[in-house]
Design a protein around this ligand. Structure first.
Ligand code: ADP
Length: 196
């Protein structure tokens, strides 16, 4: 099993790089943002509740997120691994993920953290907003999402650092070059311990 946490601020390229990783390693994509948007489109109870948070760029409560992730993990019992995209976003979520994976006798192998500076994030998200009409890709909401990332989400880095699983990767450059750097990190994480 290979489990990757793909981490980074909004607009850092997690979705784009996830697609490429899935293609290469045959993993299941678990994007909490995508699942929430599906729930919103289906007008479910969770969707209606989540919409209020997404509309202003705040985090959906941990309790709702962890239930949602637990359901997804249960659905995909036989998969060869997961890419967690946009999750965990708080230390409570990171602890929950560790416990869920331990119960399944597996673990997060590596946390890849895409590094992109703020001006570039805003530029990319505004462009995506124009192209896709995603409602939270609007300037004041983008600013709040970045602030929420700094205030609540960046602490997750410390959690994985302590476990020696934190791998920062430059998120600027061509999609291909960034992907090459990510693959290098993944391949290193896959090497058995003590090999040279
Ligand atoms: P981005 O990383 O570009 O902000 P996402 O699609 O990952 O986009 O997330 C969009 C929104 O969905 C977030 O602003 C937040 O409101 C909600 N969300 C997604 N994942 C989580 C999570 N793990 N915990 C809490 N809220 C989440």
């Amino acid at each position: 099993m290979l489990n990757i946490v793909l981490f980074g601020p909004p607009g850092s390229g997690k979705g784009t790089q996830s697609e490429k990783l899935i293609e290469k390693y045959g993993l299941i994509h678990l994007s909490t943002g995508d699942i929430l948007r599906e729930e919103i489109a289906k007008l479910t109870h969770l969707g209606k509740k989540a919409k209020e948070y997404l509309d202003c760029g705040e985090l959906v409560p941990d309790k709702d997120i962890v239930n949602m992730v637990a359901n997804q993990l249960d659905k995909e019992k036989s998969s060869s691994g997961f890419i967690f995209d946009g999750f965990p976003r708080t230390c409570a979520q990171a602890k929950f993920l560790r416990n869920m994976l331990t119960e399944r006798e597996t673990r997060v192998d590596i946390m890849i953290a895409l590094q992109v500076k703020e001006e570039e994030l805003i530029k990319r998200l505004l462009k995506r907003g124009k192209e896709t009409g995603r409602p939270d890709d609007e300037l004041s909401i983008i600013r709040n999402r970045i602030e929420v990332y700094e205030r609540q989400t960046s602490a997750v880095i410390g959690f994985y650092k302590k476990m020696h699983k934190y791998a920062p990767v430059n998120g600027l450059g061509t999609i291909e070059k960034i992907f090459e750097n990510i693959v290098d990190v993944v391949e290193k994480a896959l090497l058995p311990p003590f090999s040279v």
